[in-house]
Design a protein around this ligand. Structure first.
Ligand code: ARG
Length: 585
């Protein structure tokens, strides 16, 4: 089934050809949601943009298009308005037919995939031996949501965890491990990440204070690169310990990804340099190998270099990213590569993308995009920190959200005089707590900073996960109360739209596929959150106005169907955000 916008586009195209000739085929009708429901449902801004090309005033263009629009089955007669807009109001019969058609459809009218793309989503990507921080949390939540939506569209998604598992810091860590925990090199499972973080701090301290230690650390780097057995074992041990702790977070969040760390690309780094050299892009500068960038300058206005090999022979973060980019295109067959990191890395991406483009490593049909996001702020409007000023451990943050959700739930149960099992309480607390954190993150325009507030994200009112989950629970309550099996409403469950709130809800339900298309393209999950929030609001308005179980037939069954469609839309939408629904809460 085609979405309303797609159908309108088709009709519009036909009208444009009929009015002005076939050279106007494929013009963008520039459809937007009407700014005010008074004017209808959709508005086309195309006549204004065609003025120059057609050499006619926009209103005349609009009139000519309207005359040729054969759109009776979808809308009321379209109206030319203002400077030359065309307003469309959908007919209730059309809405009813569309809704009736999607009832039996598991994808709720969202077209099945046609073009299948191979997409890499590079997200989460924490660093070994360092704690995962809130920046990684944002990347994990946003990346997972983007991957889910692309998968739903049928794309072949490779979810990659570009873990920071290589670099000179390992020399320092291994040297310290050898010195302070010699037994760690022989016994497995001797450390957990809590220890690793303090280990990192202690190693850094030793490194900064002691020249001899610095030399030992350097030797470990050389040994690691040469593949020396015991050094390699120590490195493995550090990676495994980290991995285990990261997995705890991924399990809590129900996020799945494939680890392919920086070390994976090590063997491919020399070829990156060789090829850059062959292309004449490589320049030696103060002992380092680099590519001078276009459009990036230092304070003196001199072009900035992107260093691909340091004077000590080591490679950089960007070198690995260049190798990874080539591998993903050549070996993984990626057609779209999406990198989800904090906005602070925007320059890094712009720079290595530029070098890769100049080297012609990115074919025209491959899209590479950096998906940046802002900072997580504390309630003091500064970067989120613990009371003692340290970075917040993700584990603690998620546990706290769950603990607070549990407290809220227990209070509510007491107020409502409800008895629930421990198992029920644990499940609801965990789902609500984790969902609240995810939703608070996803519902913001990702490019801006957002303030982390347990109170706000756990509130039952407002644009929050609990509000959305509760709307779903409310609908399940209707089915329980009426003894109704939504899955078996029967063939005569026809939707009839009479009340204003029914029409408003119906129109909204039919916009899901347009919204998911938008997110597929511009990778802004907050669009889907906003859609679901408005859906919950519109449902609540409908439910306040229109009796459901008490209504007469055929209204009763029609309204039950609307409830069911709303619940299924909420469930699908929330699932795509990585949020599971609850039957009761
Ligand atoms: N490990 C990096 C960090 O913690 C993020 C890596 C993002 N992915 C990439 N291909 N550069 O900041």
């Amino acid at each position: 089934m085609n979405s309303t916008v797609e159908q309108l586009k088709k009709k519009f195209d036909q009208a444009l050809i009929a009015a002005f000739g076939s050279e106007y085929a494929g013009c963008d009708p520039m459809l937007v949601n009407a700014s005010n429901p008074k004017f209808g449902d959709y508005q086309s801004n195309a006549p204004l943009s065609l003025t120059k090309r057609l050499g006619k005033p926009p209103r005349a263009i609009a009139q000519a298009i309207v005359q040729h629009l054969d759109i009776n089955d979808i809308c009321q007669p379209p109206v030319v308005a203002g400077a030359g807009f065309i307003n469309f109001t959908l007919k209730p019969e059309y809405l009813e037919a569309q809704l009736n058609a999607i009832q039996a459809n598991a994808r709720l009218g969202v077209e099945s995939p046609k073009t299948k793309e191979r997409v890499v989503v590079d997200f989460s990507s924490p660093n070994i031996a360092k704690e995962m921080h809130v920046g990684h949390l944002r990347s994990t939540i946003i990346g997972d949501c983007i991957a889910r939506i692309l998968e739903f569209w049928g794309h072949d998604v490779l979810r990659l965890n570009h873990v920071g598992d290589w670099g000179t810091q390992f020399g320092m860590l291994i040297a310290y491990l050898r010195e302070a925990y010699p037994e760690a090199l022989t016994t497995a499972n001797a450390l957990d990440l809590g220890d690793l973080v303090s280990l990192y701090r202690q190693a850094k301290k030793r490194f900064d204070e002691d020249q001899e230690f610095q030399e030992l650390a350097r030797q470990e780097v050389v040994k690691l690169q040469a593949g020396a057995e015991d050094t390699n074992r120590a490195w493995q041990l550090l990676c495994e310990q980290s991995r285990r702790e990261f997995q705890v977070i991924y399990d809590l969040l129900d996020v799945h990804l494939q680890e392919r760390g920086e070390s994976f690309y090590n063997p491919l780094l020399p070829a990156v340099l060789e090829d850059l050299d062959k292309l004449g892009l490589l320049v030696e500068n103060a002992g380092a190998m680099c590519v001078f960038l276009d459009g990036f300058t230092n304070k003196e206005g001199q072009p900035l270099p992107l260093i691909v090999k340091k004077s000590d022979g080591g490679y950089n973060y960007a070198t690995t990213d260049l190798a990874a980019l080539r591998y993903r295109i050549e070996q993984d067959g990626a057609e779209r590569i999406i990198y989800v990191t904090d906005a602070g890395q925007a320059n890094h991406f712009a720079q290595f993308f530029q070098v890769a483009r100049r080297a012609e490593w990115i074919p025209d049909d491959v899209e590479v995009v950096h998906v940046p996001f802002g900072l997580v702020l504390g309630e003091d409007n500064k970067k989120l920190k613990t009371r003692s000023g340290e970075t917040v451990r993700l584990r603690d943050l998620l546990d706290e959200a769950i603990a607070r959700a549990r407290t809220d739930l227990k209070t509510r149960l007491q107020e409502e005089g409800r008895q629930e099992t421990e198992e029920f309480i644990e499940n609801v607390a965990k789902t609500v707590g984790i969902s609240a954190v995810k939703y608070a993150d996803l519902s913001q325009n990702r490019t801006s900073n957002y303030m982390f507030s347990y109170d706000k994200m756990l509130a039952l009112q407002g644009n929050t996960a609990p509000y959305m989950l509760y709307a779903y629970v409310r609908i399940q309550g209707i089915s329980r109360k009426g003894g109704i099996d939504f899955d078996n409403l029967g063939a005569d469950a026809k939707i009839l739209l009479q009340e204003e709130t029914e029409l408003v809800l119906a129109k909204h339900l039919l916009q899901l596929s347009e919204v998911l298309r938008e997110v597929e393209q511009d990778l802004m999950p907050n669009r889907l959150c906003q859609y679901l929030f408005e859906l919950s609001q519109k449902f609540n308005q409908f439910y306040d106005r229109c009796p459901v179980l008490q209504a007469e037939e055929p209204q009763r069954i029609s309204r039950l169907s609307l409830c069911d469609l709303t619940a299924r839309t909420l469930k699908l939408g929330l699932t795509l955000l990585g949020i599971p629904v609850l039957e009761r809460m």
